[in-house]
Design a protein around this ligand. Structure first.
Ligand SMILES: NC(=O)c1ccc[n+]([C@@H]2O[C@H](COP(=O)([O-])OP(=O)(O)OC[C@H]3O[C@@H](n4cnc5c(N)ncnc54)[C@H](O)[C@@H]3O)[C@@H](O)[C@H]2O)c1
Ligand SMILES: O=C(O)C(=O)C[C@@H](O)[C@H](O)[C@H](O)COP(=O)(O)O
Ligand SMILES: [Zn+2]
Length: 373
């Protein structure tokens, strides 16, 4: 078991990583449950998280004398929408939620992002506890307080920074996760190595297969190392103002554009978009004379070896590079002068924010990538 603190002035919280946490460590979470609503705890879950882990959660809360008021969402990115937000907020208000209450989010990044955002606005803010059940949510989305919904203009364009009070990442939950989702989460694990920890990247090259196969020790090491990396970055730059936190966006400028182009659908999962985005960022960096061609190829190989998509040509998109760049114009990193900073690489473990990227050049680069292979 690992306990990783996220140190934020006045709002520090812990991320617990280990097996059996949904069964055992919930007494920790019970400290956050107010004496409201006839001791019913509001839990937001998607149908898959409920099906596989709802009973464990209900059982464990019952031991502390609590019942659950469930709010169910359909699995998939579509729930991160205005309509999804409105329905959830109405439900919370209907429950008589107070500002001192905590809502529990049981599921992947979709459940966490939507619940966190609803909790940031309901009565101007109530608390929430993250119970992440996907690898992606355990290593990334449940930590750091970015919450959001998507709009027709793009990914995560309406949201808030709102930190959870506690995160319990139960590694046992991953046993029921479909393989494709496990791989998608692994893309964000690789991201921490590629952006800032060459040693971790080396370790993943050697042990990544064991992580994907859910071997206990490698899995816990990968999740805890990822969470610790994210916690360090978030503690340094909570609201992405200094450029440090922007590094967590490695692969996302390209990835979010690909997600938008594929309609935020099952055609391309978020982690798959990030995987492709990291390949593109590495290749684009190599072309500018940053990372070596060999190391860019190493990044591509690690992604491919994990069974993640590594070539955008294989997506069969019917668009050109300019269409992808048009999606990027909505990116939240865009500054008032119309510059879109890109997270590029000097080497493996050495990401930086480049503010001199010419978008016409990116479109031409993408045209070539869309044709290649
Ligand atoms: N807030 C952040 O910092 C942050 C970071 C990374 C990603 N995100 C967001 O997270 C979302 C992606 O999250 P995700 O990859 O977890 O996707 P997801 O929430 O859609 O979950 C993936 C699928 O797994 C199912 N599932 C969840 N837990 C399961 C389990 N234990 N067993 C079986 N099935 C299970 C879900 O029902 C869903 O079908 C995107 O919207 C992305 O933008 C946010
Ligand atoms: O926590 C962060 O900061 C990240 O950038 C983590 C990303 O993996 C995540 O997908 C995030 O939601 C993207 O942020 P956005 O600001 O580009 O929406
Ligand atoms: Zn991401």
């Amino acid at each position: 078991m690992a306990v990783i603190p996220v140190e934020l002035a006045g709002r520090s919280y812990e991320v617990h990583v280990g097996k059996g946490l949904l069964d055992e460590a919930l007494s920790l979470a019970c400290a956050f449950i107010g004496p409201y609503h006839g001791r019913k705890v509001p839990v937001v879950a998607d149908r898959n998280a409920l099906k596989h882990h709802g009973e464990r959660l209900a059982h464990s809360l019952a031991a502390d004398g609590f019942e659950i008021a469930w709010y169910l969402i359909e699995p998939g990115e579509a729930a991160k929408s205005w309509a999804g937000l409105q329905d959830l907020v109405d439900w919370l208000l209907g429950l008589g939620i107070t500002r001192g209450d905590h809502v529990f989010a049981l599921g992947g990044g979709v459940v966490g992002d939507l619940t966190g955002f609803a909790c940031s606005i309901v009565k101007r803010g109530c608390g929430f506890v993250q119970l992440p059940t996907t690898l992606l949510a355990q290593v990334d989305s449940s930590v750091g307080g970015k919450t959001a919904i998507n709009t027709s203009a793009g990914k995560n364009l309406v949201g808030a920074f709102h930190q959870p009070s506690l995160v319990l990442a139960d590694l046992d939950a991953l046993a029921t996760l479909p393989e494709r989702e496990m791989r998608a989460g692994y893309a964000e694990v690789l991201k921490y190595g590629v952006l800032g920890d060459a040693g971790f990247f080396d370790w993943l090259e050697e042990h990544g297969k064991k992580v994907l196969a859910l071997e206990d020790a490698p899995l816990e090491h990968a999740v805890a190392t990822s969470v610790a990396a994210k916690a360090r970055i978030v503690a340094e730059d909570e609201r992405e103002t200094t450029g440090t936190r922007a590094l967590l966006n490695l692969g996302h400028t390209f990835g979010h554009a690909l997600e938008a182009e594929t309609g935020f659908s099952d055609r391309l999962l978020h982690g798959e978009g990030v995987a492709l985005g990291m390949v593109l960022a590495a290749r684009y960096s190599a072309r500018r004379g940053g990372i070596s061609e060999d190391d860019a190829a190493r990044v591509t190989r690690a992604i491919d070896k994990a069974g993640l998509p590594a070539e955008i040509a294989a997506l069969g998109l019917e668009c050109d590079g300019s269409a992808l760049v048009a999606h990027m114009l909505h990116d939240k990193k865009m500054d008032a002068g119309g510059t879109l900073p890109f997270i590029l690489l000097r080497g493996i473990g050495e990401a930086y924010l480049a503010k001199d990227v010419d978008l016409a050049g990116v479109a031409a680069f993408l045209d070539a990538q869309l044709q290649a292979h």
